[in-house]
Design a protein around this ligand. Structure first.
Ligand SMILES: Nc1nc2c(c(=O)[nH]1)N[C@H]1C(S)=C(S)[C@@H](COP(=O)(O)O)O[C@H]1N2
Ligand SMILES: [Mo]
Length: 431
């Protein structure tokens, strides 16, 4: 028998709910009881998907995102392809990012020779040069070392590099998506070196990949002994092929291209090793014409991800309270604060840091804003790290680096919010 007291009187229920709902969030939205009285089929009726059996899990043993999320993908463009799509760049939809982790299928990918598919049974890692006990490890042997799990971003030093002279891409994905973040599992190289014995004369470590790009970089031993890792785990599963399966180097906070994928060799030496391949010339010319040779850490940076050209405010109503969100990161340490400006950097307020705030890691920030229909804004974020750095303006940065620079652009970026709520990438110059 039905228990009358527990039968929900729909109208009464909706009235009560409305009385306590957070109506401030939505200036002119309909309240729940008004929606119910209008008979919105999406809330008042049984859903199609609730009327029949769902799929058995066996149709999708490796799970995929909802089909409705089909638009959330990496993207590439011929503009970034250097004439060869296989060697191109696929940028991450950071505006669709939740929290501080990039799903593996959306991870930024830059591979000078395309994605290599390495048979893990044939994988070998040689560690030699100035070590007492040179070795060749199989994947299983590598994984026998004590592992650690750390959250870090990988950022190509060319992230934002198109934007030195002015905005090139009216898109946060293309302007700032040359980076991603994951929880990596692997072994500290210092742990392996305790076993092998590093000779005191060793100053540099060469890392070489086994893909056809012959990607090789040398890294100062101090950084290697600090926090460099060889990683095989990415967000709880094996590295993806695009990320260097089955093992890659991770150099936390430093230029992404030091993180050699499909890693096959580490060689310790007294002198740095210069690759003659054009692909390995990662350096910037200063106004004097001199190159900055050893420029490794990605400096403090931030961006507004919502709103953005991809997430405009055209649907907002006057009085709607909206969350302005973004990411901040520094390759030199931990984010201590993010400032947000509504006038292109003249005045700033403090944003809130959300969730985990980790060293050399994406940090999510947010600010609640009451939207006024027709308002024009210039949204600029500016991050500060515990190494004492603050993001420069583009004028300050060009003053130091020169306008011909390609890499390491970490000047503040600005989104223009138009009267209609459209969002455009602009660059504010004072000279
Ligand atoms: N073996 C190898 N390692 C490589 C590359 C490559 O082409 N081959 N690309 C580098 C560059 S330029 C960057 S920015 C990072 C990108 O890492 P991701 O593709 O996992 O995002 O990998 C680096 N490691
Ligand atoms: Mo890169």
């Amino acid at each position: 028998m039905a228990d009358n007291k527990n039968l929900i009187n729909r109208r009464g229920f909706f009235r009560k709910a409305a009385a306590v709902s957070v109506t401030a969030l939505s200036g002119k939205s309909l309240l729940a009881n008004e929606l119910a009285e209008k008979g919105d089929p999406a809330i008042m009726h049984h859903t199609k998907w609730g009327q029949k059996w769902g799929d058995p899990v066996s149709v999708n043993l490796y799970g995929m995102p909802s089909a409705y999320e089909h638009n959330v993908t990496r993207r590439n463009t011929k503009l970034l392809a250097s004439g060869n799509f296989r060697a191109s760049i696929a940028v991450t939809p950071i505006h669709e990012s939740q929290g501080i982790i990039t799903p593996n299928g959306l991870f930024f990918s830059r591979s000078h020779g395309g994605t290599a598919h390495v048979d893990p049974n044939e994988y070998r890692l040689m560690i030699h040069g100035l070590v007492e006990k040179p070795i060749v490890l199989t994947l299983a042997e590598l994984k026998r070392y004590p592992s650690v799990t750390r959250t870090h971003f990988i950022e190509c030093p060319a992230n934002g590099g198109q934007e030195w002279r002015g905005p090139q891409f009216n898109s946060v994905q293309f302007a700032k998506g040359f980076m991603s973040s994951a929880e990596w599992t692997g072994v500290y190289i210092k742990t392996i070196l305790e076993d092998l014995g590093l000779k005191p004369t060793a100053q540099w470590m060469l890392a070489e990949g086994s893909d056809n790009s012959k990607m090789g970089r040398t890294i100062p031993v101090d950084k290697v002994l600090d926090d460099a890792m060889i990683v095989w785990g990415q967000n709880g599963e094996a590295l993806r092929p695009e990320q260097g399966y089955p093992a890659r180097l991770l150099v936390p906070g430093w230029e992404g291209n030091l993180c050699v994928k499909w890693l096959r060799r580490l060689e310790f030496s007294q002198e740095p090793w210069y690759c003659k391949e054009e692909t390995s010339k990662y350096t910037d010319l200063k106004p004097t014409g001199k190159a900055i040779q050893h420029f490794y850490a990605n400096e403090v940076n931030s961006t507004v991800t919502s709103p953005s050209p991809e997430i405009p405010w055209t649907d907002l109503k006057d009085g709607d309270v909206v969350e302005i969100e973004g990411l901040a990161w520094s390759g030199m340490g931990t984010i201590t604060a993010v400032d947000l400006s509504f006038d292109g950097g003249k005045n700033y307020v403090k944003a809130n840091l959300k969730g985990l705030v980790l060293s050399k890691s994406w940090t999510r920030w947010s600010y609640m804003h009451a939207y006024k229909k027709g308002e024009k804004l210039l949204l600029t974020s500016r991050a500060i790290d515990d190494a004492g750095y603050i993001q420069p303006t583009i004028d300050q940065e060009i003053g130091v680096m020169g306008v011909e620079a390609v890499y390491h652009r970490n000047a503040v970026e600005t989104w223009e919010v138009t009267e209609e709520g459209k969002v455009n990438h602009v660059q504010i110059r004072s000279i």
